[in-house]
Design a protein around this ligand. Sequence first.
Ligand SMILES: [Zn+2]
Length: 80
Amino acid sequence: MTRSVLRYVKHRITQRPDIEVTFQAECQTCEWKARPSTDGTTVDVECMSHTGRTGRPGLRSTCTSFAMVTRVGIEAVSAR
Ligand SMILES: [Zn+2]
């Protein structure tokens, strides 16, 4: 007979504070892309300018951040 011991460890996922969020956007009609920036307002303004010049309202916007998972009560988890 085989026995198993189950151990539960709580984890938390957070956004890494040392890496800023990056905003990007691209037109869904043509090849235009906004310059990636850590300032979302700058990207929004570039999108509105593109739409104003071309009349193309559809844009794909992305926001990229980096996550870190830690065990609750422990600062960092080392790879094993
Ligand atoms: Zn376009």
